[in-house]
Design a protein around this ligand. Structure first.
Ligand SMILES: Nc1ncnc2c1ncn2[C@@H]1O[C@H](COP(=O)(O)OP(=O)(O)O)[C@@H](O)[C@H]1O
Ligand SMILES: C=C(OP(=O)(O)O)C(=O)O
Ligand SMILES: [Mn+2]
Length: 536
């Protein structure tokens, strides 16, 4: 364990600290989180696979309604605030509210033994942020150790932090109404002081997606694309592909491919040097995880990995099928738990851009080859379904338009992200594909095996040689046959007993697209894109 000067905490207003464990080793984290005497959500349980499991209480997914950003001189004119015309998750908080929640966090974290973890967000040295997490729960220190890029040397450790996260998951905001907050739970960002406060939620994802939101704020302002996508490349570190998708659509599953090197499973930047990961680990869903069909993720679940909300018997036996706590059961692991990873977590510009959409209506083809105009239209639309569990209150697949396939994490207007992405794609001649990892006319979700076959065909180039046809209303170009993929699913109409059933649902979906896109038609660029969207 590296040295840490406790007086630094006093500078932050945290006093009476009895002990600090600074960037504890995995050995120390294990000992701390399984220590005798721990109770409740502090307590970790060692499982049969060697990984420790923890429970996170009421919050087992993100809580977007409790996300706030301090509305001040810096954020006021830059942040894409929620409005009546276009609701999003960027709720404004007053400076008084910030002072109050910061006070709650300071009080909660004072007079305690603390864990301080410094990690990096961003694999590129010139644009990374050094993030300092101050937590009182051992496994939270473990979580951020897994998910952020671990410092490599003394110089890394000595660097001043660029951002500080105070996790006060044990505290509550009693006077939340007075402060203009949504509940006793609060996740509040201050882009001026570069701090985040977390109150009353233990969900690990709140810590990683919080910093993703901040990268989404700072990077596009520097001309770097910031993307809710996974990324991998070939075994020579070339031919990068990126996979956009909202939670549960398959970013982690599909980028973890034994034939390719993983760059990262969730958050990436794209600058003039190429695509780079923000994170040092992965955060996979483990509901119904099957050893045979997802061996790499399964094998990553070993000592140093951290399970969340998984059902574990007293003897450590894991039941991955049990959803009684949540469907959003998770595991975080350092990226080196995957065999094939790209050294340095960065690779040249992407050649293929894949939009993963889990269509709960069963309308979208399993794969469509997009034109450049369709690429912009479908990226801005971000149509998909929210899957059960990842957000509070979502209990079944719920169709949604999540701009740029990650609306909950966008701090600037969606068109900014679209501009940056398209600029990079055009410069590098990248092509885009829309892949439906959701449902079709059979009423079942498209199989992982078929989707993997589709991804192989995209990455290997077979899709460019395949015969194609057009799908009405959406004018999608789809292949009529692909090696390794069930031919009967490629045209979604064939998956219905009667194509008229598809037609009816397609009309409904097309109308939703048109209605959703109206918000982008305020300027010429937006208006021009309408032609690339579905037509009734
Ligand atoms: N056709 C499919 N493609 C990808 N994932 C699928 C498919 N069908 C079912 N799944 C399941 O959906 C979930 C996808 O989750 P994950 O890869 O973690 O998504 P993300 O990383 O985008 O949040 C996994 O539990 C996976 O087993
Ligand atoms: C961790 C999350 O997302 P993803 O499933 O995309 O990793 C989340 O939305 O809380
Ligand atoms: Mn994921």
């Amino acid at each position: 364990m590296a040295k840490f000067d406790k007086s630094v905490l006093e500078k932050y207003g945290i006093t009476g600290t009895t002990e600090v464990l600074y960037n504890p080793s995995y050995e120390e984290l294990f000992a701390e989180e399984t220590k005798e005497g721990l109770t409740g959500f502090d307590k970790g349980q060692e499982t049969e696979l060697g990984a420790v499991n923890v429970m996170t209480g009421v919050y087992t997914g993100r809580s977007p309604k409790d996300k706030f950003i301090v509305d001040d001189e810096n954020s006021h004119g830059t942040v894409w605030w929620t409005s009546d015309e276009y609701k999003n998750d960027n709720h404004p908080a007053t400076k008084e509210c910030w002072d109050a929640v910061k006070e709650i966090a300071k009080k909660e974290l004072s007079n305690k033994k603390l864990y301080v973890v410094d990690g990096f967000c961003g694999a590129n040295k010139d644009t990374r942020m050094k993030v300092r997490f101050i937590v009182e729960v051992a496994w939270q220190a473990h979580f951020v150790t897994n998910m952020f890029i671990r410092p490599q040397d003394e110089a890394d450790l000595e660097q001043e932090p660029d951002f500080i996260v105070y996790n006060a998951s044990k505290a509550k905001v009693e006077n939340y109404k007075e402060l203009g907050l949504n509940s006793e739970t609060a996740v509040v960002f201050n882009v001026t002081s570069k701090e985040q406060v977390i109150i009353n939620t233990w969900y690990g994802g709140e810590m990683k997606k919080g910093m993703f939101s901040m990268m989404n704020y700072f990077l596009p302002l520097k001309g770097i694309a910031s993307m809710h996508c996974s990324a991998n490349c070939d075994m020579n570190g070339e031919n990068t592909a990126i996979f956009f998708g909202l939670s549960g659509t398959g970013k982690t599953t599909l980028s973890t491919d034994p034939k390719r090197r993983l760059i990262g499973d969730d958050e990436h930047g794209w600058d003039d040097n190429g695509v780079f990961n923000f994170e040092g680990g992965c955060y996979a869903k483990v509901i119904n995880l099957d050893k045979e069909s997802e061996p790499d993720i399964y094998n990553a679940i070993r000592r140093d990995a951290l399970l969340e909300n998984v059902t574990v018997a007293e003897d450590g036996k894991i039941d991955f099928a049990d959803k009684s706590t949540t469907e959003n059961t998770r595991v975080s692991y350092p990226i080196n738990h995957i065999n094939n990873i790209q050294p340095g977590s960065s690779a040249p510009a992407a050649k293929q851009v894949i939009f993963l959409s889990a269509d709960a209506f069963g309308v979208l083809p399993p794969v469509s080859i997009l034109t450049p105009e369709q690429t912009k239209y479908y990226f801005l639309s971000g149509f998909t379904a929210k899957l059960a569990g990842t957000e509070r209150g979502i209990t079944e697949p719920t169709p949604t338009f999540s701009a740029c396939f990650g609306q909950a994490f966008l701090e600037l207007h969606p068109t900014k992200y679209a501009e940056e992405l398209v600029k990079k794609m055009e410069k590098n001649g990248a092509k885009a594909y829309l892949v439906n990892t959701g449902w079709n006319g059979t009423g079942k979700r498209i199989s992982i095996r078929d989707t993997r076959g589709i991804i192989d065909a995209i990455l290997g180039g077979d899709i460019d040689k395949a015969p194609t046809k057009q799908i009405p209303m959406f004018d999608f170009t789809v292949p009529t046959e692909l090696p390794g993929v069930d031919t009967n699913i490629l045209d979604p109409r064939d998956t219905y007993t009667d194509a008229a059933q598809w037609e009816e649902k397609a009309k409904d979906l097309a109308a939703r697209f048109i209605k959703n896109f109206a918000k982008y038609e305020g300027n010429e660029a937006g208006k021009a894109l309408v032609a690339a969207g579905p037509k009734l």
